[in-house]
Design a protein around this ligand. Structure first.
Ligand SMILES: [Zn+2]
Length: 514
């Protein structure tokens, strides 16, 4: 079995999805979960792009020990310097520099000749190698580049010190045959590939990202880049859970293995979906809500007699549990702590106490607390950036029924610390609350999307709301969970507004520092 390295770019390419903006604590939580999943290398961000990204990459590099951490950089010295400053504390630091190699990108975007592209890449790979033990060079838009030009430039950047060569299908245009052939051509024609890893990076514009990645592997790639849940630019990147499970389930056919702990897939997927606000479609391969549901009577009957009749992947393999009962009202602090540790979390005494109080509050309203509920509590605790001033919901009250106009009264504390109150009406109860919030929030807010779902099963399941807003013209996602749908909705709205507010505050701080 050939080992395939898994390179995760959820925090860089994935974070480029419209509306996604993760704060530092959220990025750190995802990074820790990626480490538990057994990812070989994670791309934590693009350190030169903003102060916030720099700090997040640094925090991840300083925390993660079992996974190599990398950052993206353009082929300019200042980007490489910023990446080194952010990554030098990592246990296994790496850099990812890229430069476009297709005629259309070189002519129109870079306005450079092929020779200039070679010279710049070589010079900057050499510069990066002075600091980083691992340098990945990417030929942006490789799948639309001239193959002979690729051979030429790859040979030179390897001589300059590149240890990984990545050939992305940047625009999701390649077919599996073409993409595989490109890897074969490079393998057959680049003379100095010994000890160098070839990497694929596929986008899903034509729905061929998994097929393309596997075609690359069959033709010599030993690194697959992708994201959790396949999030990313446009139609997204290849979904790493799909590639890794496909290789596992069809190991009779594919002689490759990844080092991923497949049992961590569901939890990783849930975490990324919650923090990015990007839902997983119910029929998504491997981790969709319906991936293990058998609806037709004939199928159900078959599965009961022998699961393998209609089930090629077991839910257990990817960590989907059948809502195991966990703790209740009478569970003590000790049992609670044990369970949290089993879930892979280490909390400080103070955070543990906070989590335990939230758990106790939940048991007042909910008879049985499941792992999903616990996970939600942990996530809220670990990603709460309470140090910054933002909007807080003080109280709300809604009156509605079949025969009257829904009316909401909402009171908030603003980032300046004042308490403000307003009342408004709407076609429905959520709309009434949102109309009142709009009066109170000082920014110009417009609701773009709203979704509601339940977490776990049963009538006492938690409600989880997702919103997408434009705040002063910028798109932001928000989420909120509560026992009550209106409270979850109000929390999600303020969560999105606060993301905007917190980001603006940190930009302001960054500018005054400069
Ligand atoms: Zn990409």
């Amino acid at each position: 079995m050939t080992k395939i390295h898994i390179f995760d770019t959820t925090l860089r390419d994935g974070e480029q999805s419209p509306g996604v903006n993760l704060n530092q604590l959220e990025k750190l939580e995802i990074a820790k979960q990626l480490e538990r999943l057994g990812i070989d290398r994670m791309e934590a961000g693009f350190p030169a792009s903003s102060k916030g990204d720099f700090k997040a990459v640094k925090a991840i590099a300083d925390t993660i020990k079992d996974t190599s951490v990398t950052g993206l950089a353009r082929v300019v010295k200042s980007d490489i310097d910023a990446a080194w400053e952010a990554l030098k504390g990592a246990a296994d630091p790496a850099i990812h520099v890229f430069m476009a190699t297709s005629p259309i990108h070189m002519t129109y975007k870079l306005k450079m000749t092929p020779e200039q592209v070679i010279d710049t890449s070589v010079e900057m790979v050499k510069y990066a190698r002075k600091r980083f033990p691992q340098v990945q060079w990417s030929a942006e838009d490789a799948s639309r580049s001239d193959l002979n030009f690729l051979v030429q430039i790859i040979e030179k950047v390897i001589d300059a010190g590149a240890t990984v060569i990545n050939l992305p299908d940047t625009v999701g245009y390649a077919t599996p045959q073409e993409y595989g052939q490109m890897f074969k051509f490079i393998q057959d024609n680049v003379p100095n590939l010994d000890g160098v890893r070839l990497s694929c990076h596929c986008h899903n514009d034509l729905g061929m990202a998994v097929a393309n990645s596997i075609a690359a592997v069959e033709n010599g790639a030993t690194q697959v880049e992708g994201t959790v849940n396949g999030i990313g630019e446009r139609a997204g990147n290849v979904a790493l859970e799909e590639v890794s499970v496909a290789l596992k389930i069809r190991s009779d056919f594919y002689p490759y293995e990844t080092g991923l702990k497949l049992k961590e897939i569901k939890r990783t997927s849930d975490l990324v979906a919650k923090l990015t606000g990007m839902h997983v479609q119910a029929n998504k391969a491997v981790i969709g809500r319906n991936a293990f549901a058998h609806e037709s009577g004939i199928h159900q009957d078959g599965v009961l007699k022998n699961a393998e009749t209609y089930e090629i992947i077991t839910p257990e393999m990817v960590g989907v549990q059948s809502n195991t009962l966990f703790l209740g009202k009478h569970s003590g602090r000790h049992a609670f702590k044990d369970r949290i540790e089993e879930l892979g979390y280490q909390l400080s005494d103070e955070k543990l106490q906070e989590a335990f109080e939230m758990f106790k509050q939940l048991t007042d309203r909910k008879r049985e607390v499941t792992d999903d509920d616990l996970f939600m509590i942990l996530m809220d605790i670990q990603t709460d950036s309470s140090a910054v001033s933002k909007y807080e919901l003080e109280m709300f009250q809604v009156q509605y029924g079949t025969n009257n106009i829904p009316t909401a009264t909402v009171s908030l504390t603003t980032p300046n610390g004042e308490t403000v109150e307003a009342a408004s009406t709407g076609q429905g109860s959520v709309e009434a609350v949102y109309a009142a919030l709009e009066l109170l929030v000082q920014e110009d807010v417009c609701l773009q999307d709203y979704q509601l779902q339940s977490v776990g099963g049963g009538k006492d399941a938690l409600a989880e709301a997702y919103v997408q807003l434009t705040v002063n013209g910028e798109t932001v996602n928000g989420r909120g969970s509560a026992q009550d749908v209106i409270e979850a909705s109000a929390t999600a709205y303020l969560n999105a507004v606060n993301r905007y507010v917190v980001q603006k505050q940190s930009e302001k701080i960054a500018n005054t520092v400069k």
